[in-house]
Ligand binder design. Structure first.
Ligand code: ATP
Ligand code: FE
Length: 356
């Protein structure tokens, strides 16, 4: 099976061709056109600007993906597209594009949940078996999922407000570092003292897997303002210590809750070779990754972080998730709708916060 994937739910316009090969996915091409430069001045993604950029770039991305794979649309078995959750303008552009290609070529259309794309990535890259535990930790999401099958997910917990990536971006903004903030904060933190500021780790006393990160940025702002009021400004050392302390608080919160999620996973699934897999840009953070790896090892879980290019937003993961759904017999018709919200776990209660 060979599938074309299309992704445009946030600030990356992406298209990819993936072929099933010995239980995993062979990525024949993966084109990602980022929009960082368009949004940099605003310190975050501006939905209207993102939607316009997707509309302008999607056809080029698809063409490039096919050319790089050395294939034509006629060679595809199906067309997979992110149908949500995400910024609705971008999702609509992608879904329209996919419907047009499907109508023109007669190829089946498969609507994919963006989060399912992230959650199934370790199957594409490493061919791991169901069930496994996934921590999705990105700019817009933070949740633990028991991945039981291509369309079967149990949400074990997650953030009740901000996602960690968002917190990294806001921290960078507060400290004047630029956007996107994650890598810049990590760099600043390198020489910092993580013990200087004791930032809050909310909800750690609760026995569930829920987390909260919005208090962290408030605490960071207070600490910053306090230093500025006392000394008139931030020194290089102050900035490094703030970043290191912040990063440590995020890593520790994620690690502690991962231990809880592992226990919750054991309650809903059994695996003889249990795996904790991560996806999302924040998984690139060395401090976070090391903390998660330690917890996984202590609990007898293998820790798996797919290559970063497949952890952040991309269309290969959408093609792969579409491929698994297609194999399971799932095809959409032209009533496929773009959904700004689309929880993966249909059994879960309505969520607080961003609701994604
Ligand atoms: P979505 O939530 O829909 O996946 P997204 O585009 O925000 O959207 P990703 O592309 O997975 O998510 O990740 C981007 C986020 O990851 C940004 O918030 C960025 O700051 C953060 N990030 C990237 N690298 C690092 C790093 N080294 N340390 C911490 N955070 C990082
Ligand atoms: Fe994403």
């Amino acid at each position: 099976l060979t599938i074309l994937g299309i992704e445009s739910s946030c600030d990356d316009t992406a298209a990819a061709v993936v072929r099933a090969c010995a239980g995993r996915g062979d990525v024949l091409s993966s084109v990602v056109i980022g929009q960082e430069a368009l949004h940099a001045d605003f310190g975050g993604v501006v939905p209207e600007i993102a939607a316009r950029a997707h509309a302008e770039r999607l056809d080029g991305a698809v063409e490039q993906a096919l050319v790089q794979a050395g294939l034509r649309l006629a060679d595809m078995d199906a067309i997979a597209v992110t149908a949500g959750p995400g910024l609705i303008g971008g999702v609509v552009s992608g879904v329209m594009m996919a419907k047009g290609l499907s109508a023109g070529s007669g190829k089946p259309l498969v609507g994919v949940n963006h989060l399912a794309g992230h959650a199934l990535t370790p199957r594409m890259t490493d061919g791991i078996a169901y069930p496994y535990l996934m921590l999705l930790v990105s700019g817009g999401h933070c949740q633990f999922l028991a991945v039981l099958g291509p369309g079967e997910f149990r949400r074990l917990g997650g953030t009740i407000d901000d996602a960690p990536g968002e917190a990294f971006d806001k921290t960078a903004k507060l400290l004047g570092l630029g956007y996107p903030g994650g890598p810049l904060v990590e760099q600043e933190a390198q020489d910092g003292d993580a013990a200087r500021f004791n930032f809050p780790r909310p909800l750690l006393d609760r026995p569930n897997c829920d987390m909260s990160f919005s208090g962290l940025k408030t605490a960071l702002r207070r600490a910053r303002d306090h230093i500025i009021a006392e000394k008139g400004g931030l020194s290089v050392g102050d900035r490094a210590d703030l970043c290191a302390s912040f990063q440590h608080a995020v890593a520790q919160t994620l690690a502690k809750k991962t231990a809880r999620a592992i226990a919750a996973f054991r309650d809903v699934a059994h695996s003889d070779a249990p795996v904790l897999a991560v996806a999302g840009g924040v998984a690139a953070n060395q401090c976070v990754g090391a903390a998660l790896r330690d917890v996984a090892m202590a609990e007898g879980f293998e820790f798996l972080a797919p290559p970063l290019k497949y952890c952040t937003d991309n269309a290969a993961m959408i093609a792969w998730a579409g491929l698994e759904q297609f194999q399971a017999g799932h095809v959409d018709d032209f009533t496929l709708a773009a959904r700004p919200r689309w929880p993966l776990d249909r059994t879960a209660a309505p969520m607080l916060g961003s609701g994604k």
